[in-house]
Design a protein around this ligand. Sequence first.
Ligand code: MD3
Ligand code: FE
Length: 239
Amino acid sequence: MARGRLCAQAGPRALRHRSSRRTALSLTDDLFDGSAAEGAARLGLTHLPGFALPCEQTLLADIEAIATAAPFRHMLTPGGQRMSVAMTNCGAVGWVTDRKGYRYDPLDPATGRAWPALPASFAALAARAASLAGFARFGPDVCLINRYEPGARMSLHQDRDERDLSAPIVSLSLGLDATFLFGGLKRSDKPFRLPLRHGDVVVWGGATRLAYHGVAPVVDGCHPVVGRMRLNLTMRRAR
Ligand code: MD3
Ligand code: FE
């Protein structure tokens, strides 16, 4: 993944960056003027800015090990379009798409092997975030890892390939900033724009689980720790 090497000013800037970020817990404060709890209740999402910063190095090392065993690749949509986001997975099954459709597959089609195990660091972070959001005992069994290079985007879609839609999804953003597009239950509902930054964690569940969502094209830049990319982890219960 060439962390840091892509960035001229890696080391010292990384530390300044870390210490300048909020690390305190704050719920959905980028979205709402009113009480954060009220916003979360209305939309069914809990935004935890900077929640993952204390484990940034462990998470990045774990992602690097996963990408060595199961390389990032640009999958094809069922319609034959190459996705601009590169993906890999870890856990019991992995989310894949090709001409045959979307599905969870116990084997990585690129290697024919099982996906790497879900690291303890991912599962622990997801469980802690979910519990703060009111989902007790959430234990993810899969994690999709999305890699956005500048210009990469994800168009509005619903996630409905998981068996139990009552389980939340925990997402973690690392690297370049992104604008998350958060729509309603119809594709035509005008989306909210939620800025997501390095270290942010969002818990999505309940009313929002079937909302349309996407990511605006990632603006070029160089993150001092992660380099010229955005990484997003989505931890889910798939089976
Ligand atoms: C809200 N990924 O992989 S993560 C995806 O930033 C995906 O890479 C985005 O959408 C990303 O499917 C967003 C946050 C997320 C994931 C699933 C959701 C938000 C969601 C499902 C329902 C509502
Ligand atoms: Fe999604």
